[in-house]
Design a binder for this molecule. Structure first.
Ligand code: ZN
Length: 451
């Protein structure tokens, strides 16, 4: 929700997207934002100061039966107001959860006293342990120290704490550079870029990463020049880097679409050529690399098959359900790209082979899913779009009267948000209509005493 905040650094008021509810079943992308630190992170457009906004956060992950809430201490809420606030958030989540998906645990969210314990729980659902997090936390602190340290202190720390400067560390550094460049702090960006350049030459991981970047760049440059990555080109690049196992693997993985039968037979041909020429060591080295890549390729295929198998099993269960609609609702959490792919493939097959009953059932499943996805539109938005499309004021009043349960301050905020969006997008007509609706809603709130 767009919320006005005041910059603690320069006092400028500005709007930021603030989320108080993360419902992973409905908006999985919010979980990613939360874990990468982007959620509720605002940057002042005037001075560039940025930080996490203190806001209550209710988290729901139906696949892990996780339902928890964190209310920051710095909000200084007393017990009564806290409970009110949490109750309102819980109510919102419950309301937007279909009846048959509601669970007992949704009556009472688990309270997390600190944001750290909150995030540990979320990371736990990704298989990341507190120990792994603690190590990362130390790396973040090391990065902060390094970024502002003098050159000789940097040199010392890079040697002294070499074990902590691994690929994860470079990943954190990259993310930090990206975040900082959005904050207009060119000094800090420069410091970080200089540090990165230094680490690229002074650490083993850095040297390896740089070599890898150069090699992958060469691969994509050649592929572009030839209008695509052929198995032959991939084989050439893998052979050119065969002395470096990790690098050769990275190249093959980048071009995994071309890692096919032709690719492997090209490698085999080269091995045989070396054997014939009496280059035993060379033949052995490349033969070993080829075998390694074969294993990698098999693992990749198995992983893909595993995903497809799961999707197929889900589809079978839905097909077997006595009621198609209920079957879909029970498995809505498993409906993903792989599932839709399997569904379409099976539908096409059923149509071609004349299995009309089966095709009909599969089409029905497709329809229910599509309806379900569209039905995800919150009722506030549904009402609002009805009102926008109703030219007569009296008719709009009737619409509001019929859904008076939706007319609230929150509804006003939705109107404001959409009006802002419309203005930004240059849809002045729509914005004006929303403005008109806004005053009608406001008038209604004053009459009913809800404002
Ligand atoms: Zn500011």
């Amino acid at each position: 929700m767009q919320t006005q905040i005041t910059c603690p650094n320069c006092g400028t008021p500005y709007m930021a997207d603030i989320y108080q509810i993360v419902d992973v079943g409905r908006q999985p992308q919010l979980k990613e934002m939360l874990l990468s630190g982007q959620l509720n992170f605002a940057v002042c457009p005037n001075c560039g100061a940025g930080g996490r906004i203190a806001t209550p956060l209710l988290y729901h992950d139906p696949a892990h039966d996780l339902f928890m809430v964190h209310v920051p201490q710095e909000m200084n809420l007393d017990q009564v107001r806290r409970e009110e606030l949490v109750g309102r958030l819980v109510q919102q989540v419950v309301n937007q959860t279909p009846m048959e998906k509601r669970r007992g645990y949704m009556l009472q969210p688990q309270t997390m006293l600190t944001m750290q314990s909150f995030l540990e729980k979320v990371w736990g659902t990704e298989g990341v342990t507190p120990e792994m997090l603690a190590r990362q936390q130390k790396q973040v602190e090391l990065l902060r120290t390094l970024a502002t340290a003098s050159s000789d202190v940097q040199d010392y720390l890079i040697k002294d704490r070499a074990r902590e400067i691994d690929e994860t560390f470079f990943g954190i550094l990259r993310a930090q550079i990206e975040a900082t460049s959005q904050m207009n702090d060119s000094n800090l960006v420069n410091d970080l870029l200089n540090l990165q350049a230094k680490l690229m030459t002074q650490t083993e991981v850095g040297r390896r990463l740089e070599k890898q970047q150069i090699a992958l760049h060469a691969l994509s440059r050649d592929a572009k020049r030839e209008g695509g990555l052929s198995p032959k080109l991939l084989a050439q690049h893998v052979i050119a880097n065969e002395h470096d196992d990790a690098l050769a693997n990275a190249i093959a993985l980048t071009g995994q679409g071309a890692m096919n039968y032709e690719f492997f037979s090209l490698l085999t041909k080269e091995v045989e050529k070396r054997e014939k020429a009496g280059n035993k060591a060379g033949a052995q080295q490349l033969g070993h690399l080829r075998d390694q890549l074969l294993v990698t390729q098999r693992e990749l295929q198995e992983a893909t098959q595993e995903v497809l198998k799961k999707a197929q099993a889900t589809l079978d269960e839905i097909m077997d359900a006595t009621n198609i609609e209920e079957g879909v609702l029970d498995h809505l959490g498993e409906v993903d790209d792989a599932f839709m792919h399997v569904l379409e493939a099976r539908l096409a097959h059923a149509e071609q082979s004349g299995h009309d009953d089966q095709a009909e059932k599969l089409r029905q499943i497709q329809d229910v899913i599509i309806a379900q996805i569209q039905g995800d539109t919150p009722p506030e938005i549904q009402l609002l779009s009805q009102m926008v499309n109703t030219p007569d004021k009296a008719d709009r009043d009737e619409l509001m009267a019929a859904r008076s349960d939706l007319i609230s301050d929150q509804f006003l905020e939705v109107v404001d948000m959409l009006q802002d969006q419309a203005r930004t997008a240059g849809q002045e007509d729509l914005a004006d209509r929303l403005n008109e609706i806004r005053s009608e809603v406001n008038a209604r709130l004053l009459v009913t005493g809800q404002a």
